[in-house]
Design a protein around this ligand. Structure first.
Ligand code: HEM
Length: 587
């Protein structure tokens, strides 16, 4: 009877209406109907069993731990099960289409049970269920990939902040928190937070910036720190000076009539491009002791373009690490993944070349190479070497160039600020690092640029310690990913007066314009904080000083620099749109 409720109405009528007594033909058709009913009963029971198994595998296995690195293996197992079932059914029924139907029904029911359970659990029973946020974001991070496509993650977070408030559930197991206190909570000296699953998108490449295991990270960081001693910085400084002067000379030759973009009133320069060339050239020296020659040649090195495109992949799939791993195992590979793989391969080749040079070069990599040569198991060390070398380039150039580009935008917008900066540095010996460090307006200009346009605008995800944390009287359990987006935190009206306006004086003569500076952390803090902070400050101070002393900058004609913003993309680091400015030589 019970089974009958699950059945098709057509079968029930002849089965339960007994009178009148059937003839032979009717008996045969009744028997066939009976067999069909039994088949259906068995099939429905099997589907139900498979669906229950799906629910059970979620509630007992998949609900715990991290599975993003095993997605490829899980899909492979699931496909193999389907094939095994298909084979078994085909052996029994000798009918391929019936076998496909049954195998599909069982595996489909299992998947239905599994995903149904996941969806209901995440939406209605999850420990983060009471935090506000887009309903679909609570169910899957794919929502985030879709909505932040095209590098608009920083804007998406701003929109959600306005709609849902300062603590937003942006993923099944993720909260985005826009609060000035959060950088110190997640990265401060007493923090027990660890790096979140996001960093696994770089695997199998290994690098200090993506090491999630605290011990592994600490050991690697110690090696890196040797590359940033005052003695080492003094050597790098010479290299920075060389490239900064080369850059200024190239722009001057354009402004004097040596290039196609010239006119009698200086030269129109694509600042985004030239500054990117400069910072990549510098980091090429630091990572591989190689001159990419872009400032000299006035054009992109094809490998550097690859790097820029490869970073787009990081931005696109960053919210879903399993998608990155899946993309890597797909054949043919999606083009974004191909760019990323080519990038890793190229880093590999550059490192081979670097290892062939026997002499100790004064670059950042020498410390990494040193550790590699001393290590007993060089094979195990190799992925670190490549990963760290690419980190030097990506972390070192994609950040500095963002600040310098936006800083020049601000100089062009406000000529009085430009004059003030020039007045401060015009008589300073810019080759003396100490003197440049004392230029408070220059430092304030850099800080205010990093406040409004932080080179790492939304990234830096952390995982809460097992005991969880309490923020603003709200308890957040352990094992939850916390996103602390600098772009939004550093624009909080509760922290800064006229928060959206560029006012360098808030860091010098008008401290009352800063109400709460806890949220200002462009370099991050603590044990995961930027290793290259001092180097970056040296580099930015010097190149800005060289250029501001030699040139006046302005927008051309009716341009307002809008393209810088329309093209701006959040690829973990910011990728600015084009900024064209007229450079005139100062008399
Ligand atoms: C304006 C320039 C820079 C800014 C704003 C900046 C910002 C940051 C931020 C926010 C982080 C933390 C990222 C995270 O939590 O995942 C970071 C990490 C890091 N940065 Fe920088 N950075 C800059 C320049 C540099 C330079 C020039 C280098 C030198 C190669 C560098 C090397 C690193 C490394 C190795 C890490 C990883 C540290 C770790 O995980 O222990 N950065 N940086």
């Amino acid at each position: 009877m019970c089974a009958a409720f699950l059945l098709n109405d057509d079968f029930l009528i002849p089965y339960y209406t007994r009178a009148p007594v059937p003839d032979r033909v009717e008996l045969i058709s009744l028997t066939q109907a009976g067999v069909a009913i039994m088949d259906q009963v068995v099939s429905n029971h099997t589907s139900l069993g498979a669906a229950l198994l799906g629910v059970l595998s979620h509630t007992t296995i998949f609900i715990r731990g991290e599975w993003h690195l095993r997605v490829g293996a899980l899909i492979a197992t699931y496909s193999l099960l389907f094939i095994a079932l298909l084979y078994a059914e085909y052996s029994l029924l000798d009918d391929f289409s019936a076998a496909i139907k049954v195998a599909g029904q069982i595996t489909g029911s299992y998947a239905g049970g599994l995903f149904g359970s996941i969806i209901i659990y995440r939406r209605y029973f999850h420990r983060l269920r009471n935090f506000p946020g887009p309903p679909l974001a609570a169910i899957t991070k794919l929502w985030h990939v879709w909505n932040s496509f095209g590098g608009r993650n920083y804007l998406l977070i701003e929109e959600m902040f306005k709609k849902y408030g300062p603590i937003i559930r942006t993923g099944p197991e993720e909260l985005t928190i826009i609060d000035a206190a959060i950088p110190h909570i997640i990265d401060g000296p007493k923090s027990q937070f660890t790096k979140a699953t996001f960093y696994d998108i770089f695997l199998p490449m290994k690098t200090v910036s993506a090491a999630r295991d605290p011990k592994e990270h600490e050991a690697r960081r110690r090696i890196w720190e040797r590359g940033f001693t005052p003695k080492a910085l003094a050597v790098y400084e010479k290299c920075i000076m060389h490239y900064a002067e080369l850059l200024a000379n190239q722009i001057e030759s354009l402004a004097c009539g040596g290039g196609s973009t010239t006119d009698s009133e200086g030269a129109v320069i694509n600042v985004t491009e030239w500054i990117a060339w400069f910072s990549f050239d510098v980091m090429g020296e630091f990572a591989f002791s190689t001159d990419f020659g872009m400032v000299q040649e006035r054009k992109w090195d094809s490998k550097m373009r690859l790097l820029v495109d490869g970073l787009e992949a990081v931005g696109a799939v960053g919210p879903v690490p399993w998608l990155a791993q899946l993309g890597r195992s797909l054949r043919p590979r999606p083009s974004l993944v191909k760019d990323y793989i080519s990038l890793i391969k190229w880093c590999d080749e550059c490192m081979d070349e670097r290892l062939r040079t026997k002499d100790d070069r004064p670059d950042i990599s020498q410390w990494l190479v040193d550790a590699y040569r001393k290590n007993g198991s060089q094979q195990a060390e190799r992925p670190w070497l490549e990963g760290d070398a690419s980190t030097v380039i990506v972390a070192g150039s994609g950040t500095v160039s963002v600040v310098i580009t936006f800083l020049f935008y601000q100089l062009a917008r406000d000529h009085s600020q430009q004059d003030k900066l020039f007045e401060e540095i015009k008589d300073v010996d810019i080759y003396d690092r100490g003197q440049l460090q004392n230029c408070s307006y220059l430092t304030a200009f850099i800080n205010e640029t990093m406040r409004l346009y932080p080179p790492v605008p939304t990234g830096g995800n952390r995982t809460t310690p097992p005991s969880g944390i309490t923020i603003n009287d709200k308890y957040i359990p352990g094992g939850v990913t916390i996103v602390a987006p600098r772009y939004s935190i550093q624009r909080l009206e509760s922290s800064y007066v006229k928060a959206d306006q560029f006012i360098p004086e808030r860091w010098t003569t008008q401290p009352d314009l800063v109400k709460d500076d806890r949220g200002f952390s462009p370099f991050s803090l603590g044990k995961f904080g930027c290793l290259g902070k001092s180097l970056a400050m040296i580099e930015m101070r010097f190149v800005i000083s060289v250029l501001v002393r030699r040139f006046k900058v302005e927008f051309q004609d009716n341009d307002t620099g809008e393209a810088l913003f329309t093209g701006l993309k959040d690829h973990f680091t910011f990728a600015p749109g084009n900024l064209s400015l007229r450079f005139r030589i100062r008399k």
